[in-house]
Write a protein that binds this ligand. Structure first.
Ligand code: SAM
Length: 450
């Protein structure tokens, strides 16, 4: 059957009877192809008539131009074909790849993995107050459950028909944090429930056998046997494992958060992409992240954004922040403002609190207490107050429209701050996500080449 467009071409050929016959054949071939891609290059077909006339006119006495145009057409179609196959593969891969996020919280990690193009099907957390934010912002199912008690088979069923199963998790960090380290002798490893959550994670891996695993936690986790046990379990199961300490600021995040990230794959070597990768060129600071937000007084809430709300300051803390310099310490204060403990020689080194941030640097680690001037260097660079909840969320790289509660204005600052500070920064999740995707691409290319 002769396709439609060549019919037009043939009639035109009759009209311009002195055209070469091969030209008509080649056009027939091209238009057959064009028909297949007509949706994508419809606009080209629309302009075909006048263009064709023009080409015919110009080419009348110069067959070389005809060959050149045909060559360009064929090249265009070939590129379209290659592109569409690539897009199809990408789509297929994304569709068949599913992630389950253990200890999902309000979805920082999930949000970052989604930003990288991975499909997250569900998250599990035993804190029901995370459900709204998790589901509202991520379109993934929130399962209110204790990870240690939830059946591996039920987690496995969440993957449905996906071919590539990815299991990620960031167990509560407090157990392994520097603070807890001070009291490590007091931790009863057998009975501390949180201590055993990493074991529960490993047990799920044993039972589900996901293709890829990612685990994130505080760097000090490396000091504990439980981390080595986790790693050895994965290696014994045949995973290729890598882990490293990541300084988020080196990847361009507006925060100097250091985290331990472990990646494991059944397909082959897997590693977090280096900070020098093309992906991470943008370098953000406190100014570039929160510099344009409306001004606030301590204890105030912005009328348009209920999350741009900050804690009130006591009279003495207001005087203290007024005397604080960006990047300075309480050594800048009038001595009468010093708390008793800092007057003693033993208190002189506690300079990590009551500080103001610097505009043109990344912020310090956003913890669950970032709303409080006295608990870290959370003083605004120029305004006399600590960070607002919105500012904390932005420094944690949550998107501007991320909502944490349906009625944010009625929730306590401490509750929202806990959720924000507990989260894996969205862009750390994205770094993990793009690293996983690059790994899967390499595996796919390797398979094709073999
Ligand atoms: C570090 S936060 C995880 C943050 C989260 N991945 C994110 O990016 O937003 C740890 C989470 O583990 C949850 N959690 C603690 N014990 C749990 C348990 N036994 N089962 C399920 N979740 C638990 C906490 O409620 C908290 O949300």
């Amino acid at each position: 059957m002769v396709p439609k467009c060549p019919e037009i071409a043939l009639s035109r050929h009759d009209e311009y009877g002195d055209f070469d016959i091969p030209y008509v054949h080649i056009r027939t071939y091209i238009f057959k192809k064009l028909n297949r891609y007509k949706n994508r290059i419809f606009p080209l077909i629309c302009v075909e008539n006048p263009v064709c006339f023009l080409v015919c006119y110009v080419c009348k006495n110069n067959p070389k131009i005809i060959v050149f145009i045909i060559y360009k057409f064929c090249l265009f179609i070939l590129l379209q074909k290659i592109n569409s196959v690539d897009k199809m593969n990408q789509k297929e891969m994304d569709m068949r790849t599913a992630v389950v996020d253990l200890f999902c919280g309000v979805g920082g990690l999930t949000c970052g993995l989604r930003k990288a193009g991975l499909k997250v099907v569900a998250g599990l957390d035993n804190d029901e107050t995370c459900q709204y934010a998790y589901e509202k912002n991520n379109h993934a199912k929130f399962i209110h459950a204790d990870v240690a008690k939830y059946a591996s088979a039920d987690i496995n069923s969440l993957y449905k028909n996906s071919d590539i199963k990815i299991l990620v998790g960031c167990a509560p960090c407090q157990t392994f944090s520097t603070q807890a380290n001070k009291y490590r002798k007091n931790i009863n490893k057998e009975t501390d429930v949180r201590w055993n959550l990493l074991k529960a994670f490993a047990n799920h891996i044993k039972a589900i056998s996901p293709d890829i695993v990612s685990m994130e936690n505080v760097p000090t986790l490396q000091n504990y046997d439980i981390f080595n046990e986790f790693k050895s379990t994965l290696e014994a199961l045949g995973y290729h494992v890598s882990h490293q300490i990541v300084n988020c600021a080196k990847y361009g995040l507006p925060q100097r958060r250091r985290r331990l990230v472990l990646l494991a794959s059944k397909f082959g070597d897997i590693k977090l992409l280096p900070p020098t990768s093309e992906y991470f060129k943008e370098k953000r600071t406190v100014r570039s992240t929160i510099g344009k937000l409306p001004k606030l007084k301590h204890g105030q809430t912005n009328k348009k954004d209920p999350l741009h709300r900050c804690a009130g300051l006591s009279d003495i803390n207001l005087k203290r922040i007024q005397q604080s310099k960006p990047g300075g310490t309480w050594h800048d204060w009038d001595p009468v403002l010093l708390p008793n403990c800092y007057r003693k020689a033993s208190g002189q080194s506690f300079t990590g609190v009551y500080g103001r941030m610097l505009w043109d640097e990344p912020s310090p680690t956003i913890t669950t207490q970032f709303f409080s001037f006295g608990t870290g260097r959370y003083g605004h660079p120029t305004q006399d107050r600590a960070l607002s909840l919105r500012e904390g969320a932005l420094l944690q790289t949550f998107p501007e429209n991320y909502t944490f509660f349906q009625n944010e204005e009625n929730m306590s600052i401490a509750t929202i701050s806990r959720h924000i500070g507990n989260a894996v920064p969205v862009d750390l999740g994205w770094i993990i996500g793009v690293s996983i995707k690059e790994h899967l691409d390499t595996v796919k290319k390797g398979k094709k080449a073999a």
